[in-house]
Design a binder for this molecule. Structure first.
Ligand code: NAD
Length: 445
């Protein structure tokens, strides 16, 4: 099938590439000329495992094209995806300006009947707005072309996006048109062979499903962080508690890790946007507000542990802190809303310097932080320890899991480790003569 995808970010580029991989003819449109030029030249703007060779192969095979020419792309497509960003507005609600700009573009250039598929995460009611925007442009042109707007929220995880896209858990399609479901069923058939993953529903339920999924996951994290806070106070170890509850199949092992707070481009903005939707419709989002405020507190927690260890924030002045990890989670270079950003700012405010290492987010960190005297972006985990007083681990990259604690002790001036993801056994760290601070580990009161 001939497909156009608006937006070549994490969702658009990965979805477009996977659709091309199974044989569809895909054109990816972006307004960022540099991104498109780069992609045409084989430069992949994001880090996502497995993506680069797949983009190159499908581009070389002629099934995956990149352009800024929206008109030509729309004219040749039977399915048009919207996969542009929906960042938070000032009041936390989703900013729909990019989505609606694409809708107007579609209306201006549509030549033949098509299905418009919304993959961006958008508040309930957005499909109606997209439909109205397209219809207004068609009316202005004085043409009548049939189109349907379908909500098809994306559930891929950064860091495993290609894998998730090739093997989705479910494919949610929100529309009242059986014909659209049938067409999209054909589009997704190669991903749907093993068993039927298509969950068809009305458009509003589909829009809400995406927010419900992310809000549930964020709630699990904040719940564990809440219990971790209690564990710390009462002298219990959250890691023991985690094992104790995860074995209950009603609770399960997934997503019950305490840590330095959730970040990324989705959970923070989606929890906020859902809360805004609730308020706008007269429903008080008590739980969602709590999920957010627990996360906000959690993002400040590592710094508070450092203050406790040093006996006050003033003692951090002039210290050099090694930071392992910058990305909001492993296997991505994405630093949007990353907990590292809050911590680095707090350390700078206290007069400390930072030596940071992240396997993939170095360029992103350079773009975000710029050149500063109090930040060194290092080439390796060991390099970050050079001349450092303390170590903070904030992203659970696999390569940080089994370090040589004796070497760490030898390099750290103050011999203290703050484990923001509970990667280590406190006893192993302490055996090397390093003071250990984790999240919710009551031993560290
Ligand atoms: P992104 O910021 O990485 O990419 C968005 C892209 O859209 C950019 O390249 C931008 O230049 C382009 N764009 C903006 N306006 C455009 C226009 N008028 N025409 C063409 N291109 C345009 O965003 P993302 O992370 O891929 O997220 C996209 C949407 O998918 C968001 O709504 C997000 O909430 C949702 N989502 C994201 C993820 C994720 O893990 N990143 C997962 C599921 C859903």
């Amino acid at each position: 099938m001939h497909v156009t995808i608006f937006g070549t970010g994490y969702v658009g580029l990965v979805s477009g590439t996977c659709l091309a991989e199974v044989g569809h003819d895909v054109v990816c449109v972006d307004i960022d000329q540099r991104k498109i030029d780069g992609l045409e030249a084989g430069v992949i703007p994001i880090y996502e495992p497995g993506l680069e060779p797949m983009v190159r192969a499908n581009h070389a095979a002629g099934r995956l094209k990149f352009t800024t020419d929206a008109a030509a792309a729309i004219a040749a497509s039977e399915v048009v995806f919207i996969a542009v960003g929906t960042p938070p507005d000032e009041d936390g609600s989703a900013d729909l300006q990019y989505v609606l700009a694409v809708a107007r573009t579609i209306g201006r250039h549509l030549q033949a009947p098509a299905i418009v598929v919304d993959k961006s995460t958008v508040p309930v009611g957005t499909a109606d707005k997209v439909r109205d925007a397209i219809a207004a442009e068609l009316a202005a042109r004085g043409v009548d072309i049939a189109f349907d707007v379908v909500s098809n929220p994306e559930f891929l995880k950064e860091g495993a996006a290609v894998e998730d896209c090739m093997r989705p858990d479910r494919i949610v399609l929100g529309t009242s048109s059986p014909a659209s479901i049938e067409r999209l069923r054909r589009l997704y058939a190669p991903f749907n062979r093993n068993h039927d993953r298509i969950v068809a529903m009305d458009v509003r339920s589909a829009e809400l499903t995406k927010y419900a999924a992310n809000a549930m996951l964020a709630t699990k994290i904040s719940f564990m962080n809440e219990i971790a806070g209690i564990a710390e106070k009462v002298g219990a170890d959250i890691e023991q508690v985690r094992k104790g509850i995860g074995s209950d199949p009603r609770i399960g092992w997934h997503f019950i890790y305490p840590g330095a707070g959730y970040g990324g481009s989705c959970f923070p903005k989606d929890v906020q946007a859902l809360a805004r939707t609730a308020v706008q419709h007269g429903h008080e989002p008590t739980l969602l507000d709590a999920v957010e405020s627990v996360n906000d507190r959690q993002k400040r927690h590592l710094f508070e542990l450092a203050v406790r260890h040093y006996g006050g924030a003033a003692a951090l002045r002039g210290k050099t802190i090694a930071l392992w990890g910058l990305a909001f989670k492993p296997n991505t270079d994405d630093m949007r809303e990353a907990s590292s950003r809050r911590l680095v700012q707090q350390l700078w405010d206290a007069g400390a310097r930072v030596r940071a290492y992240d396997p993939e987010a170095r360029e992103e960190a350079r773009r975000i932080f710029g050149d500063r005297d109090d930040l060194v972006l290092c080439d390796s985990a060991g390099d970050a320890l050079q001349g450092a007083d303390a170590l903070v681990v904030i992203t659970e990259w696999k390569q940080f899991r089994s370090p040589d604690f004796a070497q760490i002790r030898a390099r750290l001036g103050d011999g203290v480790l703050f484990d923001g993801r509970n990667l280590y056994e406190p006893a192993d760290v302490e055996a090397a003569g390093i003071a250990y601070w984790g999240i919710g580990r009551g031993r560290s009161i």
